[in-house]
Design a protein around this ligand. Structure first.
Ligand code: HEM
Length: 204
């Protein structure tokens, strides 16, 4: 007897190494993280999320299977947070090296990373270091994600993935896309967050 297919388990297990790597590039939980680190993090995340959300929002396949990506954009939250911190979001560079969303399975793999990160956001929000706790409730819309609806929205997304990613081939495609989403995010974040923060500290 073969075990029941569990694409979400596969997505989680087969991207765990890259999740750990991504965490290294998010400086905002370090004990000495500064407001500058936080601003850089938000700007880098906006530069990655905005163009990727444009793609997912316009994906007819996703809509057809009941996933309204346009209603799940996190970039307006990033724009709001940056605005509170006095940053002009329109000047933030946008990432052009995005993962492919051509097939439905790959679009769901990409969406897995953006949706799953709302689960981690709540954890990060609760663990902010001293210099950043004053921002809670003021400039933390992105980390708060869907707030009290986070669990329900994640389960709704998970139900779509479980229903649609129903073959070995589709599962492999979704995993590949999720891995590419993490890898490209890491490549995008690396020069913009930790390295930049370190350079600043070393210079001071
Ligand atoms: C300091 C940085 C980060 C920390 C501490 C962190 C922490 C966490 C935690 C605690 C969870 C599990 C939450 C739960 O199951 O209720 C989680 C899930 C997740 N995070 Fe992160 N995260 C970080 C950065 C990121 C980034 C940058 C991304 C990509 C945009 C990301 C994507 C995900 C995904 C996809 C999941 C869902 C895993 C699953 O259950 O399948 N995380 N994170």
């Amino acid at each position: 007897m073969t075990a029941a297919r569990d694409p979400l388990r596969r997505l989680k297990d087969d991207t765990a190494d890259l999740h750990r790597e991504a965490e290294l590039h998010v400086r905002i939980l370090d004990a000495d993280a500064t407001l500058t680190d936080y601003r850089r993090y938000l700007a880098a995340m906006l530069g990655y999320h905005a163009p990727l959300e444009d793609r997912l929002g316009a994906h007819a396949g996703l809509l057809a299977v009941g996933f309204a990506a346009a209603e799940r954009r996190k970039s307006p939250m990033l724009v709001a947070d940056l605005g509170v911190l006095g940053e002009d979001p329109s000047t933030v560079p946008r990432c052009a090296a995005l993962p492919s969303t051509a097939s439905l399975a790959s679009a769901l793999g990409v969406a897995y990373v953006l949706e799953g990160s709302t689960l981690g956001g709540r954890y990060i929000l609760a663990k902010l270091p001293p210099a950043l706790t004053v921002l809670r409730g003021r400039a933390t819309a992105f980390l708060a994600g869907y707030g009290p609806d986070t669990g329900a929205r994640w389960r709704a997304f998970a139900a779509v993935v479980t229903r649609v990613v129903s073959t070995t081939e589709a599962e492999a495609e979704a995993v590949l896309a999720a891995r590419a989403t993490f890898t490209r995010l890491i490549d995008w974040l690396a020069p913009r967050t930790r390295a930049a923060g370190q350079a600043l500290r070393e210079a001071s």
